[in-house]
Design a protein around this ligand. Structure first.
Ligand code: URP
Ligand code: ZN
Ligand code: ZN
Length: 471
């Protein structure tokens, strides 16, 4: 099968030009002006952007969490992703207590088998280095294409690790070249604050945020950065939500340490006041770290613009509000933490980031596609439009107006964080490895099309010291 995408505005992290893109099989084989080639399908992209498929490095599909399981499995999650212009993601395998990493990986492969629509890789979330997985087994994962280890510094009594496990994993990563990802919050302090709040009868959703103050995120971010420096590993801080966490990352990057940070779409748009909405409406916004006071939103826009933060992900961790979240109606600590987002990242960041002048179009591509691909060992196969790259392409109509609503979303969640928001710009046609998967509102492949991708290690060119040497 060959596809010719004609006359679109090709936008990568570095370039912006009008061209034809010719796809032969799974890869891009030719880019040029007015290409004279025959193709099985011609897509007229005049007036449209031709973007690399977005890469989401932070999702939780079919994941047991908070006493339930996330509502989107690999089929519904991938459908949502594809409609939103995301063609590849990296999901978290959570090591069940007492299980080896091999057993955990096998479980997660079974979840995606026959359901995957887009491509995906896996990170390994380490929960225990004593009774199940060993440091030796952990060290072997990068050679199997699992090149990132995740540690939760919060969720005490569930998946939180102690500093010993965190540091030992960092030491292994220093040897194997894996990237250490941290959920940075001080889980011990939060656990105390939660118990004290409940003892005072403070049960509403807003207490989710009030028991996880920004300083607990700032402290853990700084601790992880300092420990990673001692261990000598690469560090990536996930879902940065506030100034307290941005600042230590900025300091580390300023010192050319190998530290990167990510924020997520929702932190630009949802603030603390959403948690105060009456009638348990606030429960929809219980995710972690929590929505912060509004002034943090400008801090985050500034951080993504100036490369303090390198990636915008979704942290898609979807539950239903009416059933799954309702379990915590009388006790905020029982509300499963997480929210949907896979479908709307590109629309939201394009509309309010690019169109409103906060970031450039090139920077948007870098934050949503190129940097995640480079950090997680997918580049240049994914994350750019180039000859030889996988033909993961989004033909994006920059003028199309869409009102975001749960009623029309593909996620199985029953609400949307951005309900009622009108965006300008939306994906029209989406290709994964040369096959059209979304065609003007229709899903055009069967579940099972998506492939597992073995990933390489973090790209050296992204390292702050290397970037400085080039500049
Ligand atoms: O609330 C969230 N973010 N749920 C998913 C797990 C995590 O902490 O990333
Ligand atoms: Zn987290
Ligand atoms: Zn997450």
């Amino acid at each position: 099968m060959s596809v010719l995408i004609k006359g679109g505005r090709v936008v990568t992290a570095a370039d912006d030009y009008v061209a034809d893109v010719y796809v032969d099989g799974e890869r891009i084989s030719l880019i040029g002006e007015s290409l004279d080639v025959a193709a099985d399908r011609v897509i007229d992209a005049a007036g449209k952007y031709v973007l690399p498929g977005c890469v989401d490095p932070h999702t939780h599909l079919d994941m047991p969490f908070g006493g339930t399981v996330t509502i989107d499995d690999f089929e519904s999650g991938h459908t949502a992703a594809a409609f939103g212009g995301t063609t590849c993601h990296v999901d978290f395998v959570i090591q069940p207590p007492g299980s080896s990493f091999a057993e955990a990986l096998e479980q997660w492969h079974a979840k995606r088998e026959g359901r995957a629509i887009i491509d995906n890789g896996f990170h390994m979330a380490v929960t225990d280095l004593h009774d199940g997985g060993s440091v030796e087994e952990l060290a072997g994962l990068p050679d199997q294409g699992v090149t990132s280890y995740k540690l939760f510094m919060a969720y005490k009594g569930a998946i939180m690790v102690d500093d010993e496990t965190l540091f030992r994993t960092m030491q292994v990563a220093a040897e194997t070249g894996a990237l250490v990802m941290v959920h940075a919050e001080n889980g011990d302090a939060i656990d105390v604050l939660v118990k004290q709040a409940l003892a005072r009868g403070e049960t509403e959703p807003k207490y989710h945020a009030l028991t996880r103050p920004p300083e607990t995120e700032g402290e853990a971010t700084n601790r992880a950065i300092q420990l990673a420096r001692v261990a000598g590993c690469n560090l990536y801080v996930v879902h940065v939500s506030c100034r307290e966490s941005v600042e230590p990352i900025a300091r580390a990057r300023d010192a050319s340490w190998d530290v990167w940070g990510e924020t997520c779409t929702q932190y630009f748009f949802v603030d603390y006041s959403f948690l105060e909405r009456p009638g348990f409406e606030g429960g929809k916004y219980v995710y972690t770290p929590p929505p912060r006071p509004k002034q943090n939103q400008d801090v985050l826009w500034n951080a993504v613009r100036t490369d303090i933060l390198s990636v915008i992900s979704t942290d898609h961790c979807a539950f239903t509000w009416s059933e799954q979240k309702a379990v915590g109606r009388d006790d905020f600590s029982k509300i499963p933490n997480g929210a949907p987002g896979l479908e709307n990242r590109l629309q939201m960041i394009h509309s309010f980031g690019v169109r409103e002048g906060r970031i450039t179009l090139n920077r948007m591509v870098e934050l949503l596609a190129t940097n995640p691909a480079k950090l997680f060992g997918l580049y240049p196969r994914k994350g750019t439009i180039a000859v030889g790259s996988d033909a993961d392409v989004v033909v994006f109509d920059p003028e199309k107006k869409v009102t975001i609503t749960a009623a029309e979303q593909r996620s199985k969640s029953d609400y949307n964080l951005f309900e009622g928001t009108e965006v300008t710009g939306s994906p029209e046609v989406v290709l994964v490895r040369g096959t059209v998967v979304v065609d003007n509102g229709e899903l055009t492949v069967q579940p099972g099309y998506g492939q597992f991708v073995k990933r390489a290690r973090v790209s050296e060119e992204l390292k702050p010291a290397a970037a400085r040497a080039v500049a």
